[in-house]
Design a protein around this ligand. Sequence first.
Ligand code: C2E
Ligand code: SIN
Ligand code: SIN
Ligand code: FE
Ligand code: FE
Length: 371
Amino acid sequence: MVRTDLSSDQLLSVIFDYMAKISGESRLAGVLVLMANMGREMIVADRCAVWLIDEANEELYTTVAHGVKEIRVPYGIGLVGHAIATGEPSIVDDAYADPRHHAENDRKTGYVTRSVVTIPFRNHDGRIIGAYQAVNKMTAAGKFTEKDLELLSLAASYAGKSLESVMLHQEIVDTQREIIATMGQIGESRSKETALHVRRVAEYSHVLALRLGLDPREADVLRTVSPMHDIGKVAIPDAVLNKPGKLTEAEFELIKSHTDIGYRLLKGSRRDLLGAAAIVAGQHHEKWDGSGYPNGLKGEEIHIFGRITAVADVFDALSTERVYKSAWPIERIERWFREERGRHFDPVVVDAFFDELPRLLELRESLKDEA
Ligand code: C2E
Ligand code: SIN
Ligand code: SIN
Ligand code: FE
Ligand code: FE
Protein backbone atom coordinates (compact mmCIF):
# COMPACT_ATOMS: atom_id res chain seq x y z
CA MET A 1 0.00 0.00 0.00
CA VAL A 2 1.44 3.34 -1.06
CA ARG A 3 1.41 6.06 1.59
CA THR A 4 2.44 9.68 1.91
CA ASP A 5 4.84 11.54 4.18
CA LEU A 6 3.37 13.08 7.32
CA SER A 7 2.47 16.76 7.52
CA SER A 8 4.25 18.78 10.18
CA ASP A 9 1.14 18.69 12.38
CA GLN A 10 1.00 14.93 12.14
CA LEU A 11 4.70 14.69 12.90
CA LEU A 12 4.33 16.80 16.01
CA SER A 13 1.50 14.73 17.30
CA VAL A 14 3.45 11.48 16.69
CA ILE A 15 6.43 12.92 18.58
CA PHE A 16 4.33 14.17 21.50
CA ASP A 17 2.45 10.91 21.83
CA TYR A 18 5.54 8.78 21.81
CA MET A 19 7.64 10.97 24.06
CA ALA A 20 4.97 10.79 26.74
CA LYS A 21 4.86 7.01 26.45
CA ILE A 22 8.63 6.60 26.34
CA SER A 23 9.28 8.72 29.40
CA GLY A 24 6.79 6.59 31.35
CA GLU A 25 8.41 3.30 30.36
CA SER A 26 10.97 1.76 32.67
CA ARG A 27 11.78 -1.48 30.86
CA LEU A 28 14.46 -1.54 28.19
CA ALA A 29 12.42 -3.74 25.85
CA GLY A 30 9.48 -1.37 26.20
CA VAL A 31 11.53 1.69 25.31
CA LEU A 32 12.99 -0.08 22.29
CA VAL A 33 9.57 -1.06 20.95
CA LEU A 34 8.25 2.47 21.39
CA MET A 35 11.31 3.97 19.69
CA ALA A 36 10.96 1.56 16.78
CA ASN A 37 7.28 2.39 16.39
CA MET A 38 7.95 6.11 16.62
CA GLY A 39 10.67 5.93 13.95
CA ARG A 40 8.51 3.86 11.66
CA GLU A 41 5.57 6.24 11.87
CA MET A 42 7.62 9.41 11.59
CA ILE A 43 9.29 8.52 8.34
CA VAL A 44 6.71 6.11 6.88
CA ALA A 45 8.95 3.06 6.88
CA ASP A 46 7.76 -0.53 6.73
CA ARG A 47 10.04 -1.60 9.57
CA CYS A 48 12.24 0.09 12.08
CA ALA A 49 14.68 -1.22 14.65
CA VAL A 50 16.88 0.10 17.40
CA TRP A 51 20.22 -1.68 17.55
CA LEU A 52 22.32 -1.87 20.69
CA ILE A 53 25.89 -2.94 21.36
CA ASP A 54 26.62 -6.18 23.20
CA GLU A 55 30.20 -5.53 24.27
CA ALA A 56 30.78 -8.88 25.88
CA ASN A 57 30.06 -10.76 22.66
CA GLU A 58 31.23 -8.04 20.25
CA GLU A 59 27.88 -8.12 18.53
CA LEU A 60 25.11 -5.73 17.61
CA TYR A 61 21.61 -6.84 18.40
CA THR A 62 18.04 -5.73 18.14
CA THR A 63 15.10 -7.15 19.96
CA VAL A 64 12.44 -5.40 17.94
CA ALA A 65 12.94 -5.30 14.22
CA HIS A 66 9.29 -5.23 13.19
CA GLY A 67 7.97 -8.67 12.51
CA VAL A 68 11.21 -10.33 13.56
CA LYS A 69 12.56 -11.64 16.86
CA GLU A 70 16.06 -10.92 18.05
CA ILE A 71 18.65 -10.38 15.30
CA ARG A 72 22.40 -10.31 15.93
CA VAL A 73 25.32 -9.31 13.75
CA PRO A 74 29.05 -9.23 14.61
CA TYR A 75 30.76 -5.85 15.08
CA GLY A 76 31.36 -4.03 11.81
CA ILE A 77 28.93 -6.12 9.74
CA GLY A 78 26.10 -4.71 7.63
CA LEU A 79 24.98 -1.14 7.17
CA VAL A 80 24.32 -1.02 10.86
CA GLY A 81 27.80 -2.28 11.76
CA HIS A 82 29.25 0.29 9.44
CA ALA A 83 27.24 3.14 10.97
CA ILE A 84 28.24 2.16 14.52
CA ALA A 85 31.89 1.63 13.64
CA THR A 86 32.29 4.90 11.74
CA GLY A 87 29.72 7.14 13.43
CA GLU A 88 28.38 7.97 9.93
CA PRO A 89 24.69 7.76 9.06
CA SER A 90 23.74 6.38 5.65
CA ILE A 91 20.85 6.45 3.21
CA VAL A 92 20.73 3.55 0.77
CA ASP A 93 18.14 3.25 -2.02
CA ASP A 94 18.89 -0.31 -3.03
CA ALA A 95 20.44 -2.45 -0.32
CA TYR A 96 21.39 -5.23 -2.73
CA ALA A 97 23.48 -2.80 -4.73
CA ASP A 98 25.42 -1.81 -1.61
CA PRO A 99 28.35 -4.05 -0.62
CA ARG A 100 27.93 -3.13 3.05
CA HIS A 101 24.46 -4.66 3.26
CA HIS A 102 24.23 -7.88 5.24
CA ALA A 103 21.64 -9.97 3.41
CA GLU A 104 21.71 -12.98 5.71
CA ASN A 105 18.70 -11.92 7.76
CA ASP A 106 16.64 -11.38 4.62
CA ARG A 107 17.56 -14.90 3.54
CA LYS A 108 16.42 -16.29 6.87
CA THR A 109 13.13 -14.42 6.98
CA GLY A 110 12.22 -14.11 3.31
CA TYR A 111 11.87 -10.36 3.71
CA VAL A 112 13.23 -8.14 0.94
CA THR A 113 15.15 -5.08 2.06
CA ARG A 114 15.23 -2.30 -0.52
CA SER A 115 15.74 1.17 0.91
CA VAL A 116 17.46 1.62 4.28
CA VAL A 117 18.33 4.58 6.46
CA THR A 118 20.72 4.02 9.36
CA ILE A 119 21.90 6.49 12.00
CA PRO A 120 24.20 5.86 14.95
CA PHE A 121 23.22 7.49 18.21
CA ARG A 122 25.22 8.59 21.21
CA ASN A 123 24.86 8.85 24.97
CA HIS A 124 25.32 12.10 26.87
CA ASP A 125 29.10 11.84 26.87
CA GLY A 126 29.18 11.32 23.14
CA ARG A 127 29.88 7.58 23.11
CA ILE A 128 28.01 5.67 20.41
CA ILE A 129 25.57 3.30 22.10
CA GLY A 130 23.52 2.03 19.19
CA ALA A 131 21.80 2.80 15.90
CA TYR A 132 18.36 3.51 14.55
CA GLN A 133 17.57 1.72 11.32
CA ALA A 134 14.46 2.04 9.16
CA VAL A 135 13.80 -0.24 6.22
CA ASN A 136 11.65 0.19 3.07
CA LYS A 137 10.13 3.59 2.55
CA MET A 138 6.38 3.15 1.92
CA THR A 139 5.75 6.24 -0.20
CA ALA A 140 5.51 6.20 -4.00
CA ALA A 141 9.10 7.43 -4.31
CA GLY A 142 10.21 4.44 -2.22
CA LYS A 143 13.38 6.20 -1.06
CA PHE A 144 14.44 7.74 2.22
CA THR A 145 15.49 11.38 2.10
CA GLU A 146 17.81 13.69 4.05
CA LYS A 147 14.67 14.92 5.79
CA ASP A 148 13.94 11.36 7.01
CA LEU A 149 17.46 11.10 8.30
CA GLU A 150 17.02 14.37 10.19
CA LEU A 151 13.72 13.23 11.67
CA LEU A 152 15.19 9.95 12.81
CA SER A 153 18.12 11.80 14.41
CA LEU A 154 15.64 14.02 16.18
CA ALA A 155 13.75 11.01 17.47
CA ALA A 156 17.02 9.46 18.64
CA SER A 157 18.03 12.56 20.53
CA TYR A 158 14.62 12.89 22.17
CA ALA A 159 14.45 9.27 23.19
CA GLY A 160 18.17 8.94 23.98
CA LYS A 161 17.89 10.11 27.56
CA SER A 162 15.14 7.67 28.45
CA LEU A 163 16.99 4.92 26.68
CA GLU A 164 20.16 5.69 28.56
CA SER A 165 18.50 5.71 31.93
CA VAL A 166 16.81 2.37 31.41
CA MET A 167 20.08 0.96 30.06
CA LEU A 168 21.84 2.20 33.16
CA HIS A 169 19.27 0.45 35.25
CA GLN A 170 19.79 -2.70 33.20
CA GLU A 171 23.53 -2.37 33.73
CA ILE A 172 23.03 -2.20 37.49
CA VAL A 173 20.85 -5.27 37.49
CA ASP A 174 23.33 -7.18 35.31
CA THR A 175 26.21 -6.10 37.49
CA GLN A 176 24.55 -7.10 40.67
CA ARG A 177 24.01 -10.54 39.24
CA GLU A 178 27.63 -10.64 38.21
CA ILE A 179 28.77 -9.56 41.66
CA ILE A 180 26.63 -12.14 43.35
CA ALA A 181 28.04 -14.81 41.06
CA THR A 182 31.60 -13.66 41.76
CA MET A 183 31.03 -13.59 45.48
CA GLY A 184 29.46 -17.03 45.36
CA GLN A 185 32.55 -18.42 43.68
CA ILE A 186 34.91 -17.02 46.23
CA GLY A 187 32.84 -18.21 49.13
CA GLU A 188 32.11 -16.33 52.26
CA SER A 189 34.67 -13.88 53.49
CA ARG A 190 36.71 -15.15 56.40
CA SER A 191 37.31 -11.78 57.92
CA LYS A 192 35.50 -11.28 61.23
CA GLU A 193 34.05 -8.00 60.07
CA THR A 194 30.33 -8.20 59.67
CA ALA A 195 28.07 -7.57 56.72
CA LEU A 196 27.07 -4.39 58.50
CA HIS A 197 30.58 -2.99 58.15
CA VAL A 198 30.33 -3.01 54.37
CA ARG A 199 26.86 -1.51 54.49
CA ARG A 200 28.04 1.30 56.73
CA VAL A 201 30.96 2.05 54.41
CA ALA A 202 28.51 2.10 51.49
CA GLU A 203 26.18 4.57 53.20
CA TYR A 204 29.00 6.81 54.49
CA SER A 205 30.56 6.94 51.01
CA HIS A 206 27.23 7.86 49.47
CA VAL A 207 26.60 10.70 51.92
CA LEU A 208 30.12 12.07 51.39
CA ALA A 209 29.86 11.82 47.60
CA LEU A 210 26.61 13.81 47.55
CA ARG A 211 28.03 16.43 49.91
CA LEU A 212 31.03 16.78 47.59
CA GLY A 213 28.65 17.52 44.71
CA LEU A 214 29.13 14.35 42.68
CA ASP A 215 26.35 13.62 40.23
CA PRO A 216 23.68 11.59 42.08
CA ARG A 217 24.13 8.76 39.63
CA GLU A 218 27.87 8.70 40.33
CA ALA A 219 27.14 8.76 44.05
CA ASP A 220 24.87 5.76 43.53
CA VAL A 221 27.60 3.96 41.64
CA LEU A 222 29.96 4.57 44.56
CA ARG A 223 27.39 3.33 47.05
CA THR A 224 27.02 0.15 45.02
CA VAL A 225 30.74 -0.51 44.66
CA SER A 226 32.35 0.72 47.88
CA PRO A 227 31.28 -2.42 49.80
CA MET A 228 33.64 -4.35 47.54
CA HIS A 229 36.73 -2.45 48.72
CA ASP A 230 38.09 -5.29 50.86
CA ILE A 231 37.12 -8.17 48.59
CA GLY A 232 40.85 -9.00 48.23
CA LYS A 233 40.92 -9.99 51.91
CA VAL A 234 39.38 -13.32 50.96
CA ALA A 235 42.89 -14.31 49.87
CA ILE A 236 44.53 -13.46 53.22
CA PRO A 237 45.01 -16.37 55.66
CA ASP A 238 42.74 -16.41 58.71
CA ALA A 239 45.63 -16.59 61.14
CA VAL A 240 46.84 -13.22 59.90
CA LEU A 241 43.55 -11.49 59.19
CA ASN A 242 41.99 -12.38 62.51
CA LYS A 243 45.14 -12.20 64.64
CA PRO A 244 44.18 -10.57 67.91
CA GLY A 245 47.40 -8.63 68.46
CA LYS A 246 49.83 -6.49 66.56
CA LEU A 247 50.99 -7.71 63.15
CA THR A 248 54.61 -8.42 62.27
CA GLU A 249 55.99 -6.47 59.36
CA ALA A 250 55.76 -9.53 57.10
CA GLU A 251 52.15 -10.12 58.10
CA PHE A 252 51.25 -6.52 57.40
CA GLU A 253 52.90 -6.77 53.97
CA LEU A 254 50.69 -9.77 53.28
CA ILE A 255 47.55 -7.89 54.33
CA LYS A 256 48.50 -4.96 52.12
CA SER A 257 48.24 -7.25 49.10
CA HIS A 258 44.43 -7.27 49.54
CA THR A 259 44.34 -4.06 47.48
CA ASP A 260 46.09 -5.49 44.41
CA ILE A 261 44.27 -8.79 44.74
CA GLY A 262 40.90 -7.03 44.80
CA TYR A 263 41.86 -4.85 41.88
CA ARG A 264 42.90 -7.82 39.77
CA LEU A 265 39.81 -9.80 40.71
CA LEU A 266 37.47 -7.05 39.52
CA LYS A 267 39.27 -5.31 36.70
CA GLY A 268 38.66 -8.04 34.10
CA SER A 269 35.00 -7.17 33.93
CA ARG A 270 33.56 -5.30 30.97
CA ARG A 271 30.83 -3.82 33.10
CA ASP A 272 31.44 -0.20 34.09
CA LEU A 273 30.24 -0.74 37.62
CA LEU A 274 32.73 -3.44 38.38
CA GLY A 275 35.42 -1.24 36.83
CA ALA A 276 34.52 1.33 39.48
CA ALA A 277 34.67 -1.43 42.12
CA ALA A 278 38.17 -2.32 40.91
CA ILE A 279 39.28 1.29 41.44
CA VAL A 280 37.91 1.35 44.97
CA ALA A 281 39.51 -2.01 45.83
CA GLY A 282 42.84 -0.91 44.39
CA GLN A 283 43.00 2.62 45.81
CA HIS A 284 41.26 2.73 49.20
CA HIS A 285 44.59 2.61 51.10
CA GLU A 286 46.33 5.26 49.01
CA LYS A 287 46.99 8.47 50.95
CA TRP A 288 46.64 12.09 49.83
CA ASP A 289 50.32 12.83 50.68
CA GLY A 290 51.56 9.86 48.64
CA SER A 291 52.54 7.65 51.61
CA GLY A 292 49.84 5.01 51.09
CA TYR A 293 49.81 1.66 49.31
CA PRO A 294 49.96 -0.22 46.96
CA ASN A 295 51.21 2.41 44.49
CA GLY A 296 51.99 5.50 46.55
CA LEU A 297 49.57 7.58 44.47
CA LYS A 298 49.27 11.21 45.51
CA GLY A 299 46.50 13.86 45.58
CA GLU A 300 44.18 13.74 42.61
CA GLU A 301 46.07 10.82 41.10
CA ILE A 302 43.84 8.91 43.49
CA HIS A 303 40.36 8.57 42.03
CA ILE A 304 37.71 10.50 43.96
CA PHE A 305 36.01 7.16 44.73
CA GLY A 306 39.25 5.97 46.39
CA ARG A 307 39.61 9.20 48.39
CA ILE A 308 36.02 9.03 49.63
CA THR A 309 36.14 5.32 50.47
CA ALA A 310 39.37 5.91 52.46
CA VAL A 311 37.54 8.31 54.79
CA ALA A 312 34.46 6.10 55.07
CA ASP A 313 36.53 2.98 55.73
CA VAL A 314 38.81 4.49 58.38
CA PHE A 315 35.86 6.19 60.08
CA ASP A 316 34.23 2.81 60.39
CA ALA A 317 37.45 1.02 61.43
CA LEU A 318 38.05 3.55 64.20
CA SER A 319 34.49 3.73 65.45
CA THR A 320 34.01 -0.01 65.80
CA GLU A 321 35.87 -2.73 67.63
CA ARG A 322 38.35 -4.82 65.63
CA VAL A 323 40.08 -8.03 66.73
CA TYR A 324 43.21 -5.93 67.28
CA LYS A 325 41.77 -2.69 68.69
CA SER A 326 38.85 -1.32 70.63
CA ALA A 327 36.43 1.32 69.37
CA TRP A 328 37.59 4.90 69.70
CA PRO A 329 35.44 7.59 71.32
CA ILE A 330 34.13 10.16 68.84
CA GLU A 331 36.36 12.98 70.21
CA ARG A 332 39.45 10.94 69.44
CA ILE A 333 38.17 10.14 65.95
CA GLU A 334 37.49 13.80 65.22
CA ARG A 335 40.97 14.74 66.42
CA TRP A 336 42.42 12.05 64.15
CA PHE A 337 40.62 13.31 61.05
CA ARG A 338 41.69 16.89 61.78
CA GLU A 339 45.32 15.78 62.10
CA GLU A 340 45.24 13.65 58.98
CA ARG A 341 43.48 16.28 56.84
CA GLY A 342 45.87 16.80 53.92
CA ARG A 343 48.09 13.87 55.05
CA HIS A 344 46.18 10.62 54.85
CA PHE A 345 43.00 12.23 53.55
CA ASP A 346 41.93 14.68 50.86
CA PRO A 347 41.14 17.93 52.74
CA VAL A 348 37.84 18.49 50.93
CA VAL A 349 36.65 15.00 51.80
CA VAL A 350 37.52 15.64 55.45
CA ASP A 351 35.53 18.89 55.29
CA ALA A 352 32.58 16.99 53.87
CA PHE A 353 33.04 14.45 56.67
CA PHE A 354 32.73 17.14 59.36
CA ASP A 355 29.78 18.79 57.59
CA GLU A 356 27.96 15.47 57.51
CA LEU A 357 29.08 14.10 60.86
CA PRO A 358 25.63 14.20 62.50
CA ARG A 359 24.18 12.23 59.57
CA LEU A 360 27.09 9.77 59.65
CA LEU A 361 26.57 9.17 63.36
CA GLU A 362 22.88 8.54 62.76
CA LEU A 363 23.74 5.97 60.12
CA ARG A 364 26.29 4.36 62.42
CA GLU A 365 23.60 4.03 65.08
CA SER A 366 21.01 2.55 62.75
CA LEU A 367 23.48 0.03 61.29
CA LYS A 368 25.06 -0.96 64.62
CA ASP A 369 26.60 -4.43 65.04
CA GLU A 370 24.78 -6.75 67.43
CA ALA A 371 26.57 -6.83 70.79
P1 C2E B 1 40.84 -2.25 59.13
O1 C2E B 1 40.91 -2.82 60.48
O2 C2E B 1 39.48 -2.19 58.55
O3 C2E B 1 41.41 -0.81 59.07
C1 C2E B 1 41.27 0.02 57.98
C2 C2E B 1 42.12 1.22 58.11
O4 C2E B 1 41.66 1.99 59.22
C3 C2E B 1 43.60 0.94 58.43
O5 C2E B 1 44.31 0.67 57.27
C4 C2E B 1 44.00 2.25 59.09
O6 C2E B 1 44.20 3.25 58.10
C5 C2E B 1 42.75 2.62 59.87
N1 C2E B 1 42.87 2.09 61.24
C6 C2E B 1 42.31 0.96 61.74
N2 C2E B 1 42.62 0.80 63.05
C7 C2E B 1 43.42 1.83 63.38
C8 C2E B 1 44.07 2.23 64.62
O7 C2E B 1 43.98 1.58 65.66
N3 C2E B 1 44.79 3.36 64.58
C9 C2E B 1 44.92 4.13 63.45
N4 C2E B 1 45.63 5.23 63.49
N5 C2E B 1 44.32 3.77 62.27
C10 C2E B 1 43.58 2.65 62.25
P2 C2E B 1 45.69 -0.14 57.37
O8 C2E B 1 46.50 0.32 58.51
O9 C2E B 1 46.32 -0.09 56.02
O10 C2E B 1 45.26 -1.61 57.68
C11 C2E B 1 44.61 -2.41 56.72
C12 C2E B 1 44.02 -3.62 57.34
O11 C2E B 1 45.09 -4.41 57.88
C13 C2E B 1 43.11 -3.39 58.52
O12 C2E B 1 41.81 -3.11 58.14
C14 C2E B 1 43.18 -4.73 59.22
O13 C2E B 1 42.42 -5.69 58.55
C15 C2E B 1 44.63 -5.09 59.05
N6 C2E B 1 45.43 -4.65 60.21
C16 C2E B 1 46.10 -3.47 60.36
N7 C2E B 1 46.77 -3.46 61.54
C17 C2E B 1 46.46 -4.63 62.16
C18 C2E B 1 46.86 -5.21 63.44
O14 C2E B 1 47.60 -4.64 64.25
N8 C2E B 1 46.36 -6.47 63.72
C19 C2E B 1 45.55 -7.12 62.83
N9 C2E B 1 45.10 -8.34 63.17
N10 C2E B 1 45.18 -6.62 61.64
C20 C2E B 1 45.62 -5.38 61.30
C1 SIN C 1 20.37 -6.72 9.00
O1 SIN C 1 19.17 -6.60 8.75
O2 SIN C 1 20.91 -7.78 9.33
C2 SIN C 1 21.22 -5.53 8.96
C3 SIN C 1 20.99 -4.85 7.69
C4 SIN C 1 22.18 -4.04 7.42
O3 SIN C 1 22.50 -3.20 8.26
O4 SIN C 1 22.84 -4.27 6.41
C1 SIN D 1 37.77 -3.05 56.49
O1 SIN D 1 37.47 -1.86 56.60
O2 SIN D 1 36.95 -3.95 56.41
C2 SIN D 1 39.18 -3.49 56.44
C3 SIN D 1 40.14 -2.35 56.36
C4 SIN D 1 40.79 -2.23 55.08
O3 SIN D 1 41.66 -3.05 54.75
O4 SIN D 1 40.42 -1.30 54.40
FE1 FE E 1 41.25 -2.41 52.98
FE1 FE F 1 37.18 -1.88 55.00
